[in-house]
Design a protein around this ligand. Structure first.
Ligand code: UD1
Length: 362
């Protein structure tokens, strides 16, 4: 018996997870996968470079939907995805994480009575002002098979009455990290000021910061960047497209000891991470990748997304100001070698096994 699975992706972190699972699906034989790209991320270095570098099969269709308010984007995707799913008529829909693409796909599938498989289910921040939290909760409660990265995420699903359809599989980001770490490529960073290449400093801190709450106001972004002034090494900062305008509006002094560069590819990001002194970020994915590579992380959020990474001060929350960031950076981390909350790097094959069992039993 052969089954058809429609995978919906749209944003950078989803491409990384889809890469390892697509690969495992291709090896399993009985499942045909059709990838649908919503278009949420569309710049060459936010989307296409991930498909090329990670060998993800080309999307069967790209809906080209991006930008606008959350409601506008989600609504346009909902309409586009309903049409796409009716055309594809899959046996199930495979979704990753917590972006607007995830929520729109879950709603479209649920209304068409197509079962949903949700990877990275059960992550909770308990902050309803975090847009991804709404996406996570709604997607989980519409899904038929919930695949959790950690015991903590599984516990959350049990608490919400979803135990019967939940399984622990580990984190596919760890699979991707282990697969690619040894051939991560040293980037030639491109300055966002003049488009010219710059020399990657020998020692540096790695910063990613793109969330609205951290970058929406000049004063907040400036007080984050201020931490670089007190460091012995420069801060390399790949800038998400949404932050470019804000960066352009800041005075030159805001960038003392900071190198704002064009976004980097997945392999380049892994290189930067692995060679950095420490990471400062507001990305959920980079917090986990820092944990995998044993690099100390400071997270610019006021809620925990991955509490598993916080054990032993390996990841510390900081407020979006220089003093709070520096205080977190100065605390040493302690690594417990026997602690593997994200599994052992075999999540993709476990995900495929669960999908096979699910489709067979449907
Ligand atoms: C989205 C996800 C977030 C994830 C992040 C990863 C939601 C609600 N948020 O946030 O969970 O951590 O992706 O990067 O889905 N833009 C471009 N080119 C691109 C992509 C974006 O110019 O290739 C600009 C557009 O003007 C867009 C803005 O950036 O309006 C914000 O992008 P959007 O996809 O809305 O959210 P992210 O901040 O990327």
């Amino acid at each position: 018996m052969s089954y058809k699975l429609a995978t919906v992706v749209g944003a950078r972190p989803q491409f990384v997870k889809a890469a390892v699972v697509s690969d495992a699906l291709a090896g399993c034989g009985g499942i045909e996968e059709a990838i649908i790209h919503t278009g949420q991320h569309f710049d060459e270095n936010m989307s296409q470079s991930f498909f090329a570098e990670l060998g993800i099969p080309s999307p069967k269709m790209n809906l080209g939907i991006s930008g606008g308010s959350h409601a506008e984007m989600t609504a346009r995707m909902l309409v586009g995805l309903e049409e796409a799913l009716l055309r594809e008529s899959p046996d199930a829909v495979l979704l990753y994480g917590d972006t607007n693409s995830t929520l729109a796909a879950a709603l479209a599938a649920a209304k068409l009575h197509i079962p949903i498989v949700h990877v990275e289910a059960g992550a909770r921040t308990n902050s309803k002002t975090n847009p991804e939290e709404i996406n996570r909760i709604c997607t989980d409660h519409m899904s038929s098979l919930l695949l959790a990265c950690t015991e903590g995420n599984l516990d959350n699903l049990h608490r919400e009455g979803l135990a019967a359809c939940s399984k622990l599989v580990g984190d596919p980001m760890l699979d991707a990290f282990l697969d690619h770490r040894n051939h991560a490529s040293k980037p030639t960073p491109i300055s966002i000021f003049d488009g010219q290449p710059i020399e990657l400093p020998e020692r540096f801190f790695y910063l990613t910061c793109h969330r609205e709450e951290n970058t929406g106001k000049d004063v907040t972004l400036s007080s984050i960047l201020d931490f670089a002034k007190s460091l012995d090494y420069p801060v390399v900062y790949p800038v998400h497209p949404r932050v470019r305008k804000r960066i352009a509006s800041l005075p030159e002094e805001a960038f003392e000891n900071v190198c704002p560069i064009e976004p980097v590819s997945y392999l380049e990001s892994i290189f930067l991470l692995d060679h950095s002194e420490q990471v400062v970020t507001d990305s959920g994915g980079l917090q986990r990748e820092a944990f995998f590579s044993r690099v100390k992380c400071t997270t610019l959020l006021d809620f925990e997304v991955w509490p598993e990474t916080m054990v032993g001060n390996r990841n510390i929350l900081a407020k979006p100001d220089s003093e709070s960031i520096l205080s977190a950076i100065q605390k040493p981390q302690f690594i417990d070698e026997s602690y593997h909350p994200f599994g052992t790097g075999d999540a993709a094959s476990r995900i495929v096994r669960e999908i096979e069992n699910f489709l067979g039993a449907e």
